[in-house]
Design a protein around this ligand. Sequence first.
Ligand code: ADP
Ligand code: MG
Length: 686
Amino acid sequence: MSALSLDDSIQWVSGVGPRRAISLARCGIQTVRDFLYFPPRRYLDRSDIKLIGDLKVGEEVTVEGDIISVNSRKSSRNTLITDIVVYDGTGMIIGRWFNQEWVKKQFEKGSHLFLSGKVDYYRGFQIINPDYEFLTEEEKELIHTGRIIPLYPLSKGLGQRFMRKTISNILNEVLNKLEDPMPQGIIKKHNLIPLREALHSLHFPMNKEFIKRAKKRLAFDELLYLQLFLTLRKAKRRKHKGKSFNVESTLEKKFLSSLSFKLTNSQKKVISEIKRDMQSPYPMNRLLQGDVGSGKTVIAIAAMLIAVNNGFHSVLMAPTEVLAYQHFFVISEYLSSLSVPFWLLVGGINPLEKKEMLSLIHKKRGIIVGTHALLEENVKIPDLGLVIIDEQHRFGVTQRAKIQRKGREVETLVMTATPIPRTLALSVYGELDVSTIDEMPPGRITPVSKWVRKEEKRKDVYNWVHKEVRRKGVKAYIVLPLIEESDKMDLHSIEKEAEILKNSFFSDLKVGVLHGRMARAEKEEIMNGFRGQQFDILITTTVIEVGIDIPRANVMVVENADRFGLADLHQLRGRIGRAGSKSYFIMVSLEENITNNAKDRLSTLEKISDGFKLAEVDLRLRGPGEFFGTRQHGFPDFRFFDPLKDRSMIGRVRNAVSEIILNGWEDRFNDRIRDIRKGSEFIDVG
Ligand code: ADP
Ligand code: MG
C-alpha cells in the first residue's frame, strides 16, 4: 500500500475498509485527518478507578468489576431498558441504557469490564449510558502500570479496541510526516506544545497534564484558523470597491432634527461609525449590537436616508411579517414630514398590488421594508445601496447571502438585540466590524420582573392586571406560548384559553387575540386596534416577540414562561415600559413542573435586566455549544476551543494572527484554511 496521507479516505487505513468507514462517517470521521483531530470522549486512568463501596453520587468515575446480571425489559411507557449489574467485591452498581437495542448483545454474565460515567442514585448506585470497556490482560496491565487509555464516542458497529487500533495505525503512519505550520516564535511566546506532540497526546497521553496541554494547543489552533480565515477574507473583500456615499445628507439632517429627543452619545458614536463606512470606498459590513429599546431603529432610518439621498434604495429586512409591518408603521410616523417614498413588501400581499409596487420601485428611490419575500427571484431592486437586517440570528445565513446578491457591493448593516460579550463578538465575527450601543435613552425605567411560582397565585395576577388596566388605563399583553406555530392542538388551546380569560377575568375589558396563523390583514387590524383605543388587552402567541413598540403597554404576563429561552424572555420584556412609566413583567411558571435550568433562567431574569449581562449568563447556562449553535449566531462548531473557559486565549490568538499576516506566513496554513473555506457557507455572516 502506498503511503497514507492526511486527506485520504479513512477506509484506506489498514483494518478499516468500506463497512467500518460508514460507521466512522457517522461519527464525523471521513478522512485520516478527521480521526487525528477526533477527541476521545474521556480517558481511562488508574487514578479514576474507584471501589464501588466508596462511590459518591455526582462523581465522574470508572469502576472495574464482573457482570453479575444482564437484563432487558420494556417499561410501562414502552421504553426499552437495558441493565447490567456490576460487582467488584465492595458493592454493586447498575449500568443502564434506554432504547438501545444493540447494547444488550455486548454483555455476557461473568465477564470483566470497566464502566465509566457519572454516578446517580436510584434504589442503588447507577450510571445512565455509561462508557464501558473490556480489556485484555495485557491492557489491564497497562492501565495498572499507569497508562491512560482513550475512550471515543462510538456509533453502531464500532468498538473501543478498533478505534484505538485505528488511531494508533494512523499516528504511526502519518505523524512523522506532519508539518507544524506554527512558527517557532509563536509556539514559544504562547507556551504551546508542537503539533505532533499535541495530536499524539490527544489520543495516547502519558498523563493528565499531557491531555491538558494537547487540548490547549488544539484549541489555540482552532481559533487561530478561524480568525486567520476571516481576516484574510476581509482583506480580500477590501479589494472590491464599494460605493462611496456622500454622507452630508440633508434628508438625514432633517430627520434627526425632527425627532422629539436628542440622540444618546452612544447612538451618535454608532452613526458616525456607520457614516465612515458608507463614505469609504469599501462596502460596509457591520454588526450593530444594542439592547432591546436602546434605539437601533432611529439609527437604521438615518443610514437608510443617507443612501436614498445618494440616489439608491435602502432595504430593511425583518424576520417576521408582524415585525416588518411594525417597522413600516414606525417609519411612516418618523418620515411623515419628509417626502421619501417607502414600501412594505411581505408574503401575503396580493399580486396586483405587488406588481404596482415593483413598478414604482423602478421609478423612484426610497425605503423598502419587508421579510424574506424580498428574496424571491422576481423581486428586482434597481440601485440597491444599503441592506439592513434586523434581528440577524433569525435569518439563515443563505438568506443573508441572497439579499446581498440583489445588489453588487451593497453596504450591509446587521442589527441584533441579542448581544454577545464584546471580546467574543470580535473574535467570532472576525470579518464584521462591530458597533455597540451601550447606553439606554434617558428616563427609561427598568420593568419590575417577577416570577410567579404557584398555581394559586395565578388568579391574583389576573385580578391585579384587571385593576391596573381599569384604574390606570394601561395596556397589557398576555403571552401564551405555542410549541409550534403550526400546531393545531395548541392553536385550539390558545383560542380556548383566550376565551376563558376573556370571560372570567376580563369580561368588562376590551380583549384582542393575535396569533401567528391569522391572515396578514387580520393581524394588522388587531395590532392597530391595540395601538389605538379598540383593545386594552392583547392575548397573543409569540408573534409579538420582538420589535413591537406600543408606548402605553406597561404590563406583560407570560404563561408557561419556562418554555422560552433567556434571550426570548428578555426580548419580550423589552416590549413594555417604553413610555417612561413603571412597568411589570410577570412570568408564570409552576415551580414543581420545571427543570432546574428553567428555574435558573426565571430567577436570573428577576434579578438582571442588562442584556449584555444576561447574554453571559445565557452562555453559562446553555453552554457554548448550544449558545453558539449555527442557528443562533452563524457560528462554527468548536471542538476544542471553549468560548467561556478559553476566553483568555482570544486576545492572544488575535495577536498571533496579526503576527502571521505581518510576516506573510499565511501560506503555511493554507491546507486547513482550504477546509474551512469549504465549510464556510455557514459562517458567512453579513
Ligand atoms: P430598539 O430597536 O433598539 O429596540 P428602538 O429604536 O425601537 O429600540 O427605540 C425604542 C424607543 O426609544 C422608541 O420609542 C424610540 O423612539 C425611543 N428612542 C430612541 N432613541 C432615543 C433617544 N435618544 N432618546 C429618547 N428616546 C429614544
Ligand atoms: Mg428594534
